[in-house]
Design a protein around this ligand. Structure first.
Ligand SMILES: O=C(O)CCC(=O)C(=O)O
Ligand SMILES: [Fe+2]
Length: 318
């Protein structure tokens, strides 16, 4: 396993190559990385560079719109889950100061007859940037596919069937979130771009951000910068997967720090994909992950119940 920067790096082509030895080695590398660090950089992730470049282009066009226009895409009843959320609305769990960010969320499109379709609000169309929705949709499907392979590898690592997660994430409640951290215009006091937190979902796939700032907390309590190389995406474990595995796989704490003063006048953009299962997936700890040394740490729950609890804690749901 190559350590190119602060986090381990894996090659998804090893998993999809059809070579049993490479595939088994990938499963071990990914599993060990998630037990030890909680974050990996993935190359050959399958999302075309041009698609990522288009995503950033339309995301920047959207955030450059006047506030009054963006505000028409902010729909309070949707608790930030679709459309725009303005600056200063979301705070990390346990923190009062809001993060220094605005964001736009794009969710699942059900294309078969799955009754789950009625659970999902429609995506919000941005009239001023017509290519926004089709590009987000295409990227959403791409991230779902990459995420499906990674979860297949995780399933094998955990001794489950390779397809354990497949039907749980098909038509799942995933979110593609475009974030804009605007230029900093005054001393931010205690606030930072994104206060330390853990992600809620199963895994998060993050295409290279437009600027530095992402840091992860290592086992010695040091903040370590994550610099993702252009051809890699960063993929981390979220709390749902940590919970399912009774803390065997780590949902590592991370944050986005403010830039040095000379770069205050610059924006930062990032586009994480939060891979969620359907709301009825049980998150009860897997029996194989409960041992005498690692006793049961969580009550049984479902993904839907857990998500609601967490959205209240971060100020998005009342
Ligand atoms: O902006 C980033 O690089 C990461 C954002 C993040 O951690 C999140 O939105 O959960
Ligand atoms: Fe995060």
């Amino acid at each position: 396993m190559a350590i190119t920067h602060s986090i381990p790096s894996v090659d998804l082509a090893d998993f999809t190559s059809g070579d049993a030895g490479l595939k088994a080695a990938f499963v071990q590398q990914l599993g060990k990385a998630y037990e030890e660090v909680g974050f990996v950089a993935v190359k050959n992730h399958g999302i075309p560079d041009e698609l990522i470049a288009d995503l950033y282009k339309y995301v920047q066009q959207f955030f450059q719109l006047p506030f009054d226009t963006k505000h028409t895409y902010e729909i309070p009843e949707l608790a930030g889950q679709r459309g725009y959320t303005s600056f200063g609305k979301e705070h990390a769990k346990g923190y009062e100061a809001p993060d220094l960010k605005e964001f736009f969320q794009f969710g699942q499109t059900v294309e078969d007859n799955d009754p789950i379709g009625v659970e999902y609000p429609a995506n919000v169309q941005v009239a001023e940037v017509p290519a926004f929705t089709p590009t987000f949709f295409q990227a959403f499907r791409g991230f779902e596919q990459s995420g499906r392979y990674l979860l297949q590898a995780i399933a094998l690592y955990l001794g489950l069937d390779e397809d354990y997660f497949d039907n749980k994430i098909h038509n799942g409640n995933s979110i593609l979130r475009a974030i804009h951290y605007p230029p900093i215009t005054q001393e931010p006091k205690s606030a930072i771009r994104a206060e330390q937190h853990e992600d809620i979902n199963l895994i998060t796939l993050l295409v290279g951000a437009s600027a530095d700032g992402l840091q992860i907390l290592d086992k010695q309590d040091n903040w370590v910068p994550v610099t993702s190389l252009p051809e890699q995406i960063v993929v981390n474990v979220g709390d749902m997967l940590q919970r399912l595995t009774n803390n065997r796989l780590k949902s590592t704490t991370h944050r986005v720090v403010n830039p040095p003063r000379e770069l205050w006048n610059t924006s930062r953009y990032s586009i994480p994909f939060f891979l969620h299962p359907k709301s009825n997936m049980r998150l009860d700890c897997l029996e194989s992950c409960v041992t005498a040394e690692n006793p049961l740490a969580y009550e049984p729950t479902t993904a839907g119940e857990y998500l609601d609890e967490r959205l209240r804690e971060i100020g998005l749901k009342k």
